[in-house]
Design a protein around this ligand. Structure first.
Ligand code: HPA
Length: 277
């Protein structure tokens, strides 16, 4: 068996033994959304470090656990904390949690993150519905022997972020009165922020926001047939768009300030996605 798949199956075995819960939707909580689970009817919690071989995040402020429970009656698994490529894990490990949530039974992957705004009309604290993505410096998580059990060698990526889910999320945002922008997300490796020249280049390539996660997770999810959607919290204006130097503290503070609205939007969207699924 393929090594990557073997490790995944081993992790799944550990989860299966420990947790009796079948999620319909998988939610990845980005900066600011860490306490989303306070609004859930939590049934079980599984710290990542209890799963042998599972990549554990080293970023301050990122908890590391799966939370299983109901969000307004919808059975979900939420990831409190994710690993990033810049932490040094191979990209196949970065997407292991996504694949694991697929094996748990989740049909939908809902990705959230904090991102820098490239589009000059964006402001810190805005939310952006991810309509598509660009990966430039990050390798595909599908490199290596294909895992036939999960998906095809050359998966189509012409609609990574489901049109159906995008419509549901836009309607949810309107219903909650939360302004929602749309745009293209570009994933860089990080951990350094970009230079102003890079941001100008990314803008010309068609990117509206930049971050260090999400696209590889979305690719792995599409490969195994999950329906994917995502929202970015614009936590700062990207380098050179604002004259201020960027800091992780600023990113975190803005994401925390936007969190109440973000939670409201995500919660409503989840209930609409599954009730209309
Ligand atoms: N660049 C990259 N990643 C980010 C940013 C940024 O400006 N803000 C939040 N995550």
């Amino acid at each position: 068996m393929n090594e990557v798949y073997e490790k995944l199956k081993k992790c799944y075995g550990a989860v299966e033994k420990r947790v009796d819960f079948k999620p319909e939707l998988a939610l990845v909580l980005g900066s600011g959304l860490g306490d989303f689970c306070d609004t859930m009817d939590v049934k079980d919690v599984l710290p990542y470090n209890e799963i042998e071989g599972f990549p554990v995040s080293t970023v301050a402020g990122h908890k590391g656990q799966f939370v299983f429970g109901y969000s307004d009656g919808v059975p979900i698994v939420a990831m409190q904390g994710r690993v990033h490529y810049y932490e040094g894990y191979p990209v196949q490990d970065v997407v292991l949690p996504t694949r694991l949530m697929h094996l748990m039974g989740a049909k939908t992957l809902f990705l959230t993150n904090a991102a820098g705004g490239i589009n000059p009309s964006f402001h810190a604290g805005d939310f952006m519905l991810i309509c598509d993505h660009i990966t430039l410096s990050v390798p595909s998580p599908l490199i290596g022997a294909n895992i036939e059990e999960l998906g095809t060698r050359f998966p189509d990526m012409s609609e990574v972020y489901s049109r159906r889910l995008r419509t549901v999320i836009e309607n949810s945002a309107a219903a909650e009165g939360v302004p929602l922008r749309r745009g293209v997300y570009i994933q860089t490796t990080g951990p350094n922020y970009e230079t102003p020249a890079e941001i100008r280049a990314y803008g010309r390539l068609g990117a509206d926001a930049v971050g260090m996660s999400t696209a590889v997770e979305a690719i792995a999810a599409r490969h195994c047939g999950m329906e994917v959607c995502g929202i970015s919290c614009i936590s700062n204006l990207a380098a050179g768009i604002s004259s201020n130097p960027l800091s992780h503290k600023e990113v975190q503070e803005t994401a925390d300030r936007a969190a109440p609205l973000f939670k409201k939007l995500v919660r409503r969207a989840i209930s609409e996605i599954v009730s209309r699924g």
